[in-house]
Design a protein around this ligand. Structure first.
Ligand SMILES: Cc1cc2nc3c(=O)[nH]c(=O)nc-3n(C[C@H](O)[C@H](O)[C@H](O)COP(=O)(O)OP(=O)(O)OC[C@H]3O[C@@H](n4cnc5c(N)ncnc54)[C@H](O)[C@@H]3O)c2cc1C
Length: 308
Protein backbone atom coordinates (compact mmCIF):
# COMPACT_ATOMS: atom_id res chain seq x y z
CA UNK A 1 0.00 0.00 0.00
CA UNK A 2 1.45 3.36 -1.04
CA UNK A 3 1.90 6.04 1.59
CA UNK A 4 -0.43 9.03 1.11
CA UNK A 5 1.85 11.51 2.87
CA UNK A 6 -0.36 14.53 2.55
CA UNK A 7 -3.85 13.05 2.96
CA UNK A 8 -4.93 16.18 1.18
CA UNK A 9 -6.15 16.96 -2.28
CA UNK A 10 -4.21 19.55 -4.27
CA UNK A 11 -5.85 21.87 -6.78
CA UNK A 12 -3.07 21.23 -9.27
CA UNK A 13 -0.38 18.63 -9.74
CA UNK A 14 2.47 19.51 -12.10
CA UNK A 15 4.56 16.57 -13.30
CA UNK A 16 7.99 17.67 -14.56
CA UNK A 17 10.33 20.41 -13.32
CA UNK A 18 11.83 21.66 -16.61
CA UNK A 19 11.09 25.06 -18.20
CA UNK A 20 7.43 24.16 -18.90
CA UNK A 21 6.71 22.74 -15.43
CA UNK A 22 8.56 25.50 -13.54
CA UNK A 23 6.76 28.25 -15.45
CA UNK A 24 3.41 26.53 -14.92
CA UNK A 25 4.22 26.38 -11.19
CA UNK A 26 5.16 30.07 -11.02
CA UNK A 27 1.91 31.06 -12.76
CA UNK A 28 -0.17 28.71 -10.62
CA UNK A 29 1.15 30.04 -7.32
CA UNK A 30 0.69 33.62 -8.47
CA UNK A 31 -2.99 32.64 -8.91
CA UNK A 32 -2.95 31.10 -5.40
CA UNK A 33 -3.74 27.65 -6.74
CA UNK A 34 -2.69 24.99 -4.25
CA UNK A 35 0.04 23.28 -6.23
CA UNK A 36 2.28 20.23 -5.91
CA UNK A 37 5.20 19.80 -8.31
CA UNK A 38 6.57 16.29 -8.74
CA UNK A 39 9.77 15.92 -10.73
CA UNK A 40 12.85 13.79 -11.01
CA UNK A 41 14.97 16.95 -11.09
CA UNK A 42 14.65 20.72 -11.12
CA UNK A 43 15.61 22.48 -14.36
CA UNK A 44 15.06 19.59 -16.79
CA UNK A 45 17.15 19.80 -19.98
CA UNK A 46 18.37 23.30 -19.09
CA UNK A 47 20.81 21.45 -16.83
CA UNK A 48 22.68 20.62 -20.07
CA UNK A 49 24.79 23.41 -21.55
CA UNK A 50 26.26 23.63 -25.04
CA UNK A 51 29.53 25.33 -25.92
CA UNK A 52 31.93 24.97 -28.79
CA UNK A 53 35.63 25.53 -28.14
CA UNK A 54 36.75 28.85 -29.66
CA UNK A 55 33.24 29.96 -30.63
CA UNK A 56 31.33 32.75 -28.89
CA UNK A 57 28.18 31.22 -27.42
CA UNK A 58 26.05 34.39 -27.65
CA UNK A 59 24.44 32.84 -30.76
CA UNK A 60 22.71 30.33 -28.50
CA UNK A 61 19.24 31.17 -27.19
CA UNK A 62 19.35 28.85 -24.22
CA UNK A 63 16.60 30.55 -22.19
CA UNK A 64 18.52 29.80 -19.00
CA UNK A 65 18.09 33.33 -17.64
CA UNK A 66 14.35 33.14 -18.24
CA UNK A 67 14.05 29.80 -16.48
CA UNK A 68 16.21 30.97 -13.56
CA UNK A 69 13.64 33.71 -12.88
CA UNK A 70 10.89 31.12 -12.46
CA UNK A 71 13.23 28.95 -10.37
CA UNK A 72 13.85 31.84 -7.99
CA UNK A 73 10.13 32.69 -7.74
CA UNK A 74 9.62 29.05 -6.84
CA UNK A 75 12.22 29.24 -4.05
CA UNK A 76 10.69 32.45 -2.74
CA UNK A 77 7.11 31.22 -2.73
CA UNK A 78 8.16 27.87 -1.33
CA UNK A 79 5.24 25.68 -2.41
CA UNK A 80 4.92 21.90 -2.16
CA UNK A 81 7.29 19.83 -4.24
CA UNK A 82 8.43 16.24 -4.33
CA UNK A 83 11.51 14.83 -6.02
CA UNK A 84 10.59 11.53 -7.66
CA UNK A 85 9.33 9.82 -10.79
CA UNK A 86 5.60 9.49 -11.43
CA UNK A 87 5.03 5.86 -12.39
CA UNK A 88 1.27 5.96 -12.79
CA UNK A 89 -1.45 8.56 -13.34
CA UNK A 90 -5.12 7.64 -12.96
CA UNK A 91 -8.36 9.50 -13.43
CA UNK A 92 -10.90 8.64 -10.75
CA UNK A 93 -14.24 10.39 -11.38
CA UNK A 94 -13.30 14.03 -11.92
CA UNK A 95 -10.13 13.73 -9.83
CA UNK A 96 -6.57 12.48 -10.55
CA UNK A 97 -4.11 10.35 -8.60
CA UNK A 98 -0.39 10.27 -9.39
CA UNK A 99 1.80 7.59 -7.84
CA UNK A 100 5.56 7.49 -7.39
CA UNK A 101 7.47 4.44 -6.09
CA UNK A 102 6.14 4.83 -2.57
CA UNK A 103 3.75 7.77 -2.42
CA UNK A 104 0.58 8.96 -4.08
CA UNK A 105 -0.86 12.43 -4.60
CA UNK A 106 -4.44 13.49 -5.34
CA UNK A 107 -5.46 16.55 -7.34
CA UNK A 108 -8.34 18.19 -9.18
CA UNK A 109 -6.28 18.93 -12.26
CA UNK A 110 -2.88 17.93 -13.68
CA UNK A 111 -0.30 19.45 -16.03
CA UNK A 112 2.11 16.99 -17.64
CA UNK A 113 5.46 18.61 -18.56
CA UNK A 114 7.80 15.65 -18.69
CA UNK A 115 9.73 16.45 -21.87
CA UNK A 116 11.34 14.07 -24.36
CA UNK A 117 14.57 12.09 -24.55
CA UNK A 118 16.58 12.26 -27.78
CA UNK A 119 17.32 8.85 -29.29
CA UNK A 120 21.03 8.19 -28.95
CA UNK A 121 23.50 6.84 -31.47
CA UNK A 122 25.17 4.84 -28.70
CA UNK A 123 28.67 5.02 -30.16
CA UNK A 124 31.97 5.88 -28.44
CA UNK A 125 32.47 9.65 -28.26
CA UNK A 126 28.76 10.56 -28.25
CA UNK A 127 28.40 10.91 -24.48
CA UNK A 128 31.89 12.39 -24.08
CA UNK A 129 31.24 15.22 -26.55
CA UNK A 130 27.59 15.89 -25.67
CA UNK A 131 27.27 19.67 -25.36
CA UNK A 132 30.73 20.20 -26.91
CA UNK A 133 29.97 19.46 -30.55
CA UNK A 134 27.46 16.62 -30.38
CA UNK A 135 23.93 18.02 -30.61
CA UNK A 136 20.37 16.73 -30.95
CA UNK A 137 18.97 20.05 -32.17
CA UNK A 138 19.85 22.15 -35.20
CA UNK A 139 17.36 24.81 -34.07
CA UNK A 140 19.43 25.31 -30.92
CA UNK A 141 23.00 24.81 -32.11
CA UNK A 142 23.37 25.00 -35.92
CA UNK A 143 24.04 28.80 -35.81
CA UNK A 144 27.37 28.12 -34.03
CA UNK A 145 28.83 26.15 -36.95
CA UNK A 146 29.40 28.98 -39.45
CA UNK A 147 31.70 27.76 -42.27
CA UNK A 148 32.62 24.56 -40.44
CA UNK A 149 32.36 20.93 -41.53
CA UNK A 150 29.60 19.01 -39.78
CA UNK A 151 27.81 15.66 -39.95
CA UNK A 152 24.11 14.88 -39.72
CA UNK A 153 23.24 11.33 -38.74
CA UNK A 154 19.74 9.92 -39.10
CA UNK A 155 17.43 7.74 -41.11
CA UNK A 156 14.34 9.88 -41.54
CA UNK A 157 12.90 13.13 -42.83
CA UNK A 158 14.12 15.09 -39.77
CA UNK A 159 17.73 14.32 -40.67
CA UNK A 160 17.13 15.74 -44.14
CA UNK A 161 15.52 18.86 -42.62
CA UNK A 162 18.55 19.28 -40.37
CA UNK A 163 20.87 18.86 -43.35
CA UNK A 164 18.91 21.53 -45.27
CA UNK A 165 19.22 23.95 -42.34
CA UNK A 166 22.94 23.27 -41.98
CA UNK A 167 23.69 23.83 -45.68
CA UNK A 168 22.69 27.47 -45.06
CA UNK A 169 25.32 27.85 -42.31
CA UNK A 170 28.10 25.26 -42.45
CA UNK A 171 30.87 24.86 -45.05
CA UNK A 172 30.25 21.16 -45.71
CA UNK A 173 27.47 18.85 -44.48
CA UNK A 174 28.12 15.10 -44.40
CA UNK A 175 24.75 13.33 -44.37
CA UNK A 176 25.09 9.81 -42.96
CA UNK A 177 22.37 7.14 -43.08
CA UNK A 178 19.52 8.99 -44.84
CA UNK A 179 18.00 6.46 -47.30
CA UNK A 180 17.71 7.17 -51.04
CA UNK A 181 13.88 7.20 -50.96
CA UNK A 182 14.00 10.18 -48.59
CA UNK A 183 16.76 11.91 -50.56
CA UNK A 184 14.63 11.61 -53.73
CA UNK A 185 12.23 14.28 -52.48
CA UNK A 186 11.98 18.00 -53.37
CA UNK A 187 13.83 18.82 -50.14
CA UNK A 188 16.46 16.18 -50.92
CA UNK A 189 16.98 17.82 -54.30
CA UNK A 190 17.41 21.22 -52.63
CA UNK A 191 20.06 19.81 -50.31
CA UNK A 192 21.87 18.18 -53.25
CA UNK A 193 21.65 21.40 -55.29
CA UNK A 194 23.25 23.39 -52.47
CA UNK A 195 26.56 21.83 -53.51
CA UNK A 196 27.54 21.66 -49.85
CA UNK A 197 26.30 18.16 -48.97
CA UNK A 198 28.00 14.77 -49.24
CA UNK A 199 25.79 11.70 -48.87
CA UNK A 200 26.73 8.39 -47.24
CA UNK A 201 23.51 6.43 -47.69
CA UNK A 202 24.62 2.93 -46.72
CA UNK A 203 26.93 3.96 -43.92
CA UNK A 204 26.58 4.11 -40.17
CA UNK A 205 28.62 6.00 -37.61
CA UNK A 206 30.92 3.80 -35.53
CA UNK A 207 32.72 6.42 -33.45
CA UNK A 208 33.19 10.13 -32.83
CA UNK A 209 36.87 10.93 -32.27
CA UNK A 210 38.63 13.98 -30.85
CA UNK A 211 40.63 15.40 -27.96
CA UNK A 212 38.32 17.89 -26.23
CA UNK A 213 35.69 18.22 -29.00
CA UNK A 214 34.78 16.19 -32.10
CA UNK A 215 37.49 16.18 -34.76
CA UNK A 216 36.30 13.30 -36.97
CA UNK A 217 33.69 10.60 -37.30
CA UNK A 218 34.38 7.03 -38.26
CA UNK A 219 31.73 5.70 -40.66
CA UNK A 220 31.35 2.20 -41.98
CA UNK A 221 29.43 0.49 -44.80
CA UNK A 222 29.42 -3.27 -45.53
CA UNK A 223 32.70 -2.92 -47.43
CA UNK A 224 34.39 0.34 -46.45
CA UNK A 225 35.38 2.20 -43.31
CA UNK A 226 36.45 5.85 -43.49
CA UNK A 227 37.12 8.86 -41.32
CA UNK A 228 35.62 12.28 -42.06
CA UNK A 229 36.90 15.43 -40.35
CA UNK A 230 34.01 17.34 -38.68
CA UNK A 231 33.60 19.79 -35.82
CA UNK A 232 29.96 19.05 -35.13
CA UNK A 233 27.76 15.97 -35.13
CA UNK A 234 23.97 16.41 -35.27
CA UNK A 235 22.16 13.25 -34.20
CA UNK A 236 18.69 13.25 -35.77
CA UNK A 237 17.17 9.91 -34.84
CA UNK A 238 14.01 11.33 -33.27
CA UNK A 239 12.78 11.60 -29.69
CA UNK A 240 11.12 9.42 -27.09
CA UNK A 241 8.41 11.39 -25.23
CA UNK A 242 8.47 10.69 -21.47
CA UNK A 243 4.89 9.45 -21.27
CA UNK A 244 5.15 5.86 -19.98
CA UNK A 245 2.95 6.68 -17.00
CA UNK A 246 0.24 8.56 -18.89
CA UNK A 247 -0.02 7.54 -22.55
CA UNK A 248 -2.90 5.13 -21.78
CA UNK A 249 -5.04 8.11 -20.72
CA UNK A 250 -5.01 10.50 -23.64
CA UNK A 251 -4.57 10.88 -27.38
CA UNK A 252 -1.01 11.00 -28.68
CA UNK A 253 0.68 11.40 -32.07
CA UNK A 254 2.20 8.31 -33.74
CA UNK A 255 5.54 9.45 -32.24
CA UNK A 256 3.89 9.43 -28.80
CA UNK A 257 3.67 13.17 -28.17
CA UNK A 258 0.59 14.38 -26.27
CA UNK A 259 -1.97 16.07 -28.52
CA UNK A 260 -3.15 19.40 -27.10
CA UNK A 261 -5.42 22.22 -28.25
CA UNK A 262 -4.69 25.96 -28.13
CA UNK A 263 -5.46 25.94 -24.37
CA UNK A 264 -2.94 23.13 -23.73
CA UNK A 265 -5.89 20.85 -22.95
CA UNK A 266 -5.39 17.14 -23.73
CA UNK A 267 -8.18 14.82 -24.86
CA UNK A 268 -9.01 14.24 -21.15
CA UNK A 269 -10.95 16.99 -19.30
CA UNK A 270 -8.84 18.47 -16.49
CA UNK A 271 -5.62 17.07 -17.90
CA UNK A 272 -3.26 19.59 -19.49
CA UNK A 273 0.20 19.22 -21.03
CA UNK A 274 3.01 21.63 -21.89
CA UNK A 275 6.46 21.77 -23.44
CA UNK A 276 8.43 19.25 -25.48
CA UNK A 277 6.19 16.32 -24.49
CA UNK A 278 3.34 17.81 -26.54
CA UNK A 279 2.86 18.09 -30.29
CA UNK A 280 4.25 21.67 -30.34
CA UNK A 281 6.22 22.84 -33.33
CA UNK A 282 9.74 22.86 -31.85
CA UNK A 283 11.67 21.77 -28.77
CA UNK A 284 12.87 25.08 -27.40
CA UNK A 285 13.08 26.57 -23.92
CA UNK A 286 11.20 29.76 -24.79
CA UNK A 287 8.38 27.72 -26.37
CA UNK A 288 8.18 25.40 -23.34
CA UNK A 289 8.03 28.45 -21.05
CA UNK A 290 5.10 29.97 -22.98
CA UNK A 291 3.33 26.64 -23.02
CA UNK A 292 3.77 26.19 -19.27
CA UNK A 293 2.20 29.60 -18.61
CA UNK A 294 -0.69 28.86 -20.97
CA UNK A 295 -1.34 25.46 -19.37
CA UNK A 296 -1.42 26.98 -15.86
CA UNK A 297 -3.89 29.68 -16.90
CA UNK A 298 -6.10 27.05 -18.56
CA UNK A 299 -5.92 24.84 -15.46
CA UNK A 300 -6.99 27.88 -13.41
CA UNK A 301 -10.04 28.41 -15.64
CA UNK A 302 -10.86 24.71 -15.40
CA UNK A 303 -10.73 24.87 -11.58
CA UNK A 304 -13.04 27.90 -11.51
CA UNK A 305 -15.64 25.95 -13.50
CA UNK A 306 -15.16 22.63 -11.69
CA UNK A 307 -18.11 21.34 -9.69
CA UNK A 308 -17.17 20.30 -6.12
C1 LIG B 1 21.75 18.83 -24.82
C2 LIG B 1 20.58 19.77 -25.05
C3 LIG B 1 20.83 21.10 -25.36
C4 LIG B 1 19.75 21.97 -25.62
N1 LIG B 1 20.02 23.27 -25.93
C5 LIG B 1 19.00 24.15 -26.09
C6 LIG B 1 19.24 25.53 -26.36
O1 LIG B 1 20.38 25.97 -26.48
N2 LIG B 1 18.17 26.36 -26.51
C7 LIG B 1 16.88 25.91 -26.40
O2 LIG B 1 15.92 26.71 -26.49
N3 LIG B 1 16.62 24.60 -26.16
C8 LIG B 1 17.64 23.72 -26.01
N4 LIG B 1 17.38 22.39 -25.78
C9 LIG B 1 15.97 21.96 -25.71
C10 LIG B 1 15.34 22.44 -24.39
O3 LIG B 1 16.21 22.10 -23.34
C11 LIG B 1 13.97 21.85 -24.23
O4 LIG B 1 13.15 22.29 -25.31
C12 LIG B 1 13.30 22.29 -22.92
O5 LIG B 1 14.09 21.96 -21.80
C13 LIG B 1 11.93 21.64 -22.80
O6 LIG B 1 11.37 21.92 -21.55
P1 LIG B 1 10.30 20.94 -20.91
O7 LIG B 1 9.98 21.53 -19.58
O8 LIG B 1 9.21 20.69 -21.86
O9 LIG B 1 11.04 19.53 -20.72
P2 LIG B 1 12.39 19.13 -19.98
O10 LIG B 1 13.35 20.24 -19.89
O11 LIG B 1 12.82 17.88 -20.68
O12 LIG B 1 11.93 18.77 -18.51
C14 LIG B 1 11.19 17.61 -18.23
C15 LIG B 1 11.15 17.40 -16.72
O13 LIG B 1 10.27 16.33 -16.41
C16 LIG B 1 10.87 15.45 -15.49
N5 LIG B 1 10.24 14.13 -15.68
C17 LIG B 1 10.23 13.35 -16.80
N6 LIG B 1 9.48 12.24 -16.62
C18 LIG B 1 9.01 12.33 -15.35
C19 LIG B 1 8.15 11.50 -14.56
N7 LIG B 1 7.62 10.35 -15.03
N8 LIG B 1 7.90 11.88 -13.27
C20 LIG B 1 8.42 13.02 -12.76
N9 LIG B 1 9.21 13.86 -13.48
C21 LIG B 1 9.50 13.52 -14.74
C22 LIG B 1 12.35 15.54 -15.80
O14 LIG B 1 13.12 15.12 -14.70
C23 LIG B 1 12.49 17.04 -16.09
O15 LIG B 1 12.65 17.78 -14.91
C24 LIG B 1 18.42 21.50 -25.53
C25 LIG B 1 18.17 20.16 -25.20
C26 LIG B 1 19.23 19.29 -24.96
C27 LIG B 1 18.93 17.84 -24.61
Amino acid sequence: MKKDTTKKEYDLLIIGGGPAGLTAAAYAIRKRIETMLISEDIGGKTNYQFSLPGVESHLIIDGEELVSKFKSQMEYLDFARHLGKVKKLEKIGNRFRASTKDESFKAKTVIIATGVMPKRLNVPGEKEFLGRGVSYSTVSHAPLFIDMDVAVVGDGHNALLAAAELTQIARKVHVVGVPTKILDSPLGKKVKDSGKAEFYTDYEVKEIKGETAPEKIVIKSKKVEKEIPVKGVFVELGYIPSTDAFSHLMKTTPEGRIIINENNQTSVPGLFAAGDVTDVNANQVVIAVGEGANAALSAYNYLLALKP
